[in-house]
Design a protein around this ligand. Structure first.
Ligand SMILES: [Zn+2]
Length: 311
């Protein structure tokens, strides 16, 4: 890891603008992400499309970029008959692509965060949005420790600045990650939860309790919310700020909703509206703002403008 314990707390200093959605942007570039490996397939087949997405977000103003590794897990690879070594190599490759792209902008400090989806994301059945996995706590610890070990052992070119544990549905999974990462002193991590209302994560626990469960971990550099409706974000920021003094990171969805019956997105995901909301989230105390599903570089340009207006 490039992050040492001594500079862990400063890895996010002066960082305010996160990137936006990876999968939808890859689709815009014509990448096939509906196979069994989802966007992980692009890492293997057309990595230049991932570089193009990173570049688009950096040029939109992102100061932190998430790697294309959300669903890269040994468990997911094993399901389609692929060896664990191949999953590990894809995880490291995703960081290497992000690092190399960031290095093309030497005048800017770009933080590379390794995107690590929850156990449910590896199941490919939407289980991360309710968190009822039917597996034991120890299995969750084991699942997360596999990727943590790989990243902790990475060479500089493949080492992220921090590990982004995203779309977490439950306090149990947060506690499992705390247990998995605790032995790795030199790592930095953030924890972001997917929420169903202004104070509750998807599985039903209070976000304040989830934040408290991860705040004491020395590796924790930020706590927040992702993959959640933007309208819920102000209330969630209030809860997060009551629960800990860690920096708050929020990257909600565009504002469109998925209509399962008609298999389409509904509502407005308009970028300028997203920028106006970002200004409110910053005013409410969020340090880092970006976007999740259905957000695009236009949304991040609006976030960057809102950040500079608030400075
Ligand atoms: Zn999302």
């Amino acid at each position: 890891m490039t992050t040492q314990a001594s500079d862990r707390s400063s890895v996010l200093r002066d960082i305010h603008v996160l990137d936006g959605g990876m999968a939808s942007e890859l689709e815009q570039l014509g990448a096939q992400i509906d196979g069994p490996l989802w966007s992980a397939q692009v890492l293997e087949d057309t990595p230049e499309k991932i570089v193009a997405v990173h570049r688009a977000y950096i040029e939109a103003g992102a100061e932190c970029i998430l790697t294309a590794s959300y669903q890269v897990t040994r468990m997911g690879y094993a399901e389609v008959g692929l060896a664990s070594e191949r999953a590990d190599a894809a995880l490291l490759r995703s960081v290497e692509l992000a690092r190399a792209t960031a290095a093309d902008y030497p005048q800017r400090r770009i933080v590379v965060a390794a995107s690590l989806g929850p156990y449910g994301a590896a199941l490919h059945n939407g289980a991360e949005y309710h968190g009822n996995y039917g597996c034991s706590f120890d299995e969750l610890v084991y699942f997360h420790r596999q990727r943590i070990e790989v990243l902790a052992g990475a060479s500089n070119a493949q080492a992220p600045d921090l590990l982004a544990f995203e779309t977490l549905p439950s306090i149990e999974e947060a506690r499992a990650i705390v247990e998995a990462i605790a032995p790795f002193d030199n790592l930095a991590a953030w924890f972001t939860f997917t929420c169903r209302d202004g104070e509750t994560v998807a599985h039903g626990e209070r976000i304040a309790d989830c934040a408290a469960a991860v705040a004491q971990l020395p590796q924790t550099v930020a706590i927040g919310v992702n993959c959640t409706a933007p309208a819920l974000i102000p209330a969630l920021i209030t809860e997060l700020r009551k629960a800990s003094n860690k920096p708050v990171v929020v990257y909600p969805n565009s504002g469109e909703g998925w209509d399962g019956a008609n298999r389409c997105w509904t509502g407005s995901g308009d970028a300028s509206g997203f920028g106006a909301r970002a200004a409110q989230w910053i005013a409410a105390g969020a340090q880092i703002v970006g976007g999740c599903c259905r957000t695009r570089p236009a949304h991040i340009r609006e976030v960057a403008a809102a950040v500079s207006r608030s400075a």
